[in-house]
Ligand binder design. Structure first.
Ligand SMILES: [Zn+2]
Ligand SMILES: [Zn+2]
Length: 343
C-alpha cells in the first residue's frame, strides 16, 4: 500500500499523474496530456495524446494553425475529446472527469480519482456568470489544486454590470468618436461583446482582424455575439459612435490610427491596479476578470472543503496563510510558465 496521494506529483512544469503517466497542463511536450483550457500557458502542442473538451481542442487547433499557442508548430498526433461530466479511465486505474470551470469557452476542472482518493485541479476559474461558457461547478475532493491569480484581499472584482455601464456611458458621451477596448483574443473579447449584447447594445461591434477567427469559433459553439464587422473593411467615418475591440497590444500601435478619435479602454482584472492602467495609457479601465477574486477563491475552498489545498500559481502567500488559519493544510506549487497573458 503506497502513501496517500503519492500517485499525484507536482513538478515545476506540470502535475504528474504517476500511475497513468500523464500530465495536467504540462509546459513541455509529453506522451499524454490532460489540458484544462486553451490559454497558451496551459495548452501547447507536440503532445502524443491530448485529452480536452471538444471546445478546447477546437481552440487549440485554431491556435496551432495561426501559430499563436505553440512555437514548435507541432499538431497533437491524437486529440481525445472529453465532454463535461464524462469520466475516462486512464492507465493504472485512474479516472478523470471533466467539470466546467467557468473561465473561458471549454474550460474544465479535472477530477482525478484513484484508490478512493479524489483530487480536483481547477486550471484557471471564476465564479461569476459568463454568457460565453458553462458555470463553475463545486466538486468535493480531498486535495483541491487551485490557481490564485488574484489571491490577495485587495482584489475584489466589481459586478460586470457596473463596468458595462461605464463602457456604454463613455460611448454615449462620445457620439462622434469611438471607444477602443483592449481585450485578450481568447475569452475576454467574446465575454465583453456578449455582455454588451446582454446590456442591450445591438449596434455592430468592430473587430481588429486578430479577433475574428476566435469570435467565429465561439459563434460556431453557440455563443451569439450579434453583428460583428472588421475594422479593415470599413471607412473611419462609419465607425463613429461605435465600440471597437482589439488585442491590448494594438491599443497604442499604428493600427489604432484607423479608429476615429478613440477613448482607450481595457478590460482586465489588473485594471484594479491604477499603475497598470496608467502604464498602458488606458483612459477607461474596465475591471473585468476571468479569474476568481479573493472572496471567490476563499468561498470556493470553503464549499469544496478539501483536507488540503495546493496552489498552482499566482499570489499564493495570503491564500496559504488563510488556509492555515482555517486549519487546512496548504502548499505552494509555484508552477513555472504560468502567465498573466490571459487576463
Ligand atoms: Zn486561462
Ligand atoms: Zn492561466
Amino acid at each position: 500500500m503506497s502513501a496517500p496521494f503519492s500517485w499525484i506529483r507536482p513538478e515545476p512544469w506540470g502535475v504528474h499523474v504517476v500511475p497513468a503517466d500523464c500530465w495536467i497542463d504540462p509546459g513541455r511536450a509529453v506522451d499524454r496530456a490532460l489540458v484544462t483550457h486553451g490559454h497558451a500557458d496551459h495548452a501547447r502542442g507536440g503532445h502524443g495524446e491530448t485529452f480536452a473538451t471538444p471546445e478546447t481542442l477546437a481552440i487549440m487547433a485554431l491556435r496551432y494553425r495561426t501559430g499563436i499557442a505553440d512555437d514548435s508548430g507541432e499538431i497533437p498526433t491524437k486529440a481525445v475529446p472529453v465532454e463535461y461530466g464524462e469520466t475516462i479511465r486512464l492507465a493504472g486505474g485512474v479516472d478523470a472527469t471533466y467539470i466546467p470551470a467557468g473561465h473561458v469557452l471549454g474550460s474544465a476542472q479535472i477530477l482525478l480519482e484513484h484508490a478512493g482518493e479524489r483530487v480536483v485541479i481547477t486550471g484557471d476559474y471564476k465564479r461569476r456568470a459568463d454568457p460565453t461558457c458553462a458555470p463553475f461547478k463545486v466538486t468535493p475532493c480531498d486535495i483541491f489544486i487551485t490557481e490564485a491569480t488574484f489571491g490577495l484581499p485587495v482584489f475584489s472584482h466589481p459586478p460586470i454590470a457596473d463596468e458595462m455601464d461605464k463602457l456604454l456611458g463613455a460611448l454615449c458621451d462620445a457620439p462622434d468618436g469611438s471607444v477602443l477596448v483592449g481585450a485578450y483574443a481568447l475569452g475576454k473579447a467574446q465575454r465583453v461583446i456578449a455582455e454588451l449584447r446582454a446590456a442591450g447594445h445591438t449596434a455592430p461591434i468592430y473587430l481588429h482582424g486578430a479577433m475574428e477567427k476566435m469570435c467565429r469559433l465561439y459563434e460556431d459553439h453557440g455563443v451569439d455575439l450579434g453583428e460583428l464587422r472588421l475594422v479593415s473593411d470599413h471607412e473611419k467615418d462609419t465607425m463613429r459612435g461605435s465600440i471597437i475591440v482589439a488585442p491590448p497590444s494594438a491599443l497604442n500601435d499604428r493600427w489604432s490610427r484607423r479608429v476615429p478619435d478613440p477613448i482607450t479602454a481595457m478590460a482586465s482584472g489588473w485594471m484594479r491596479v491604477r499603475g497598470r492602467a496608467r502604464q498602458r495609457g488606458v483612459e477607461l479601465p474596465l475591471i473585468i476578470s476571468d479569474h476568481a477574486d479573493w472572496g471567490e477563491l476563499t468561498r470556493t475552498i470553503d464549499e469544496v472543503d478539501p483536507q488540503e489545498v495546493w496552489v498552482t500559481h499566482g499570489r499564493e502567500a495570503a491564500l496559504l496563510r488563510w488556509c492555515e488559519l482555517g486549519q487546512r493544510k496548504a502548499r505552494a506549487l509555484a508552477l513555472v510558465g504560468r502567465e498573466e497573458e490571459d487576463e
